[in-house]
Design a protein around this ligand. Structure first.
Ligand code: GDP
Ligand code: MN
Length: 376
């Protein structure tokens, strides 16, 4: 789950990271009032859950409350990378002297958090990573010991940070690390971390990705979810406890078990098809869950065929069949459906589906080939 900039920065601030004064507005009039209170010179920032807002025109500087109102009006009517802007953050404007990148994520190969830092921060950080990788430094942190002063000194030295900023930088790195640990984040990032005209360091932008699997420990964070930013199928999938990832192909896959779902996608691709989604209904799914899954699958406009691959263990094939039949009544499925049911109650499942105009298959290879042919 991604947090907005304003939410991320509020969490950083709780851990002692300096952030600009500012507030969120959902109308231009509100933006004007906030700008007035901040003294007029502000930056108006779209709050959407994608990167590169600055380059897309979603970040604008204003010299007066009137200008802030006008710019907020413009930005609130924008759509950035497909996401409509519904809120803006109005922050006091910073006088930027230097932009630093500072982020933390998990490094799976070393099994530790890694701090990534660059003195070439700002909107071109991806370009820096491509063309000048040496300008990006990495410091690995032992998760049992936590972030230590020597780690921070290593980073400060490696990015050639002036000594006068080390103390502030250290407090910010510690605050960022603590936020990352306390929230069970998979990413916590400040870009840019700026040194401003009076020599202070401030986190101008903030980004946090939370680990969905740890959200049950963080009721307060779970409530920060912005449903407006989620696509309807994602919301629906979460409601029914389905693991769903939208993909770009045309064969919808309904499978039980993440491993089997991956295997199903691989074999679809092997026979020349493209999966429209990853969808794991999980173990022991009942008819309602199957119906919800099919509703999500048929909502995909590109869909040309559906492949249902169930290996019945704790999931019973007859329950899946009932779900399929219920979904056919409810949503009217117009594309061909290929079904492979194996395992617990498979005969009952097949008997239920016998009248239902379905292509049946015995092996996974057979099912995938039939689905690819049906989609053509
Ligand atoms: P992003 O494009 O989504 O990463 O949004 P950021 O919040 O990082 O803003 C993009 C860029 O806008 C920053 O790298 C800055 O160069 C610029 N910017 C943001 N806030 C201010 C500000 O208060 N003053 C000035 N002068 N520039 C700003
Ligand atoms: Mn940024």
């Amino acid at each position: 789950m991604k947090l907005h900039e304003y939410q991320s920065k509020a969490l950083f601030a709780r851990h002692g990271v300096p952030i600009p004064k500012g507030q969120v507005a959902s109308t231009a009039t509100e933006a004007r009032a906030i700008a007035q209170e901040l003294g007029g010179r502000v930056v108006v920032k779209s709050q959407v859950l994608v990167g590169g807002r600055g380059k897309a025109g979603g970040i604008k500087l204003a010299k007066s409350p009137e200008e802030a109102e006008a710019l907020a009006g413009q930005i609130l009517s924008m759509t950035i990378k497909g996401l409509p802007v519904r809120k803006v953050l109005v922050d006091e404007a910073a006088d930027i002297r230097k932009e630093i990148y500072l982020g933390i994520t998990n490094d799976r190969s070393t099994r530790r958090p890694v701090i990534i830092c660059s003195s070439e921060g700002g909107v071109e950080i991806e370009e820096v990573a491509r063309t000048n990788p040496d300008a990006i430094v990495r410091e690995y942190v032992d998760p049992l010991i936590g972030l230590r002063d020597y780690n921070v000194r290593n980073i400060a030295l490696a990015i050639n940070l002036d000594r006068e900023h080390w103390k502030a930088f250290s407090a910010i790195a510690m605050g960022l690390y603590q936020t990352y640990v306390d929230t069970d984040a998979t990413l916590a990032e400040i870009n840019p971390l700026v040194i401003n005209g009076d020599g202070r360091m401030v986190a101008l932008d903030g980004k946090i990705d939370l680990d969905d699997n740890a959200l049950f420990r963080h009721g307060d964070l779970a409530e920060m979810r912005d449903l407006d930013e989620e696509s309807p199928p994602e919301t629906e999938a979460r409601k029914y406890g389905l693991s769903y990832v939208k993909l770009d192909g045309e064969i919808g896959c309904l499978v039980n078990g993440a491993g089997l779902a991956m295997g199903t996608m691989d074999i679809v691709k092997h026979f020349g098809g493209e999966p429209a989604n990853f969808l794991d209904i999980g173990g022991g799914a009942g008819a309602d869950k199957v119906t919800a899954a099919l509703r999500i699958i048929v909502a995909e406009p590109r869909l040309k065929a559906i492949l249902i691959n169930i290996f019945g263990g704790i999931t019973r094939c007859d329950e899946v069949a009932r779900g399929v039949i219920q979904a056919m009544k409810e949503v009217g499925i117009t594309v061909p459906m290929v079904v492979r049911l194996v395992g617990t109650n498979e005969e009952e499942g097949r008997r239920l589906l016998a009248d239902a105009q379905m292509i049946t298959a015995t092996s996974l290879a057979d099912a995938a080939q039939k689905a690819v042919a049906a989609a053509k």
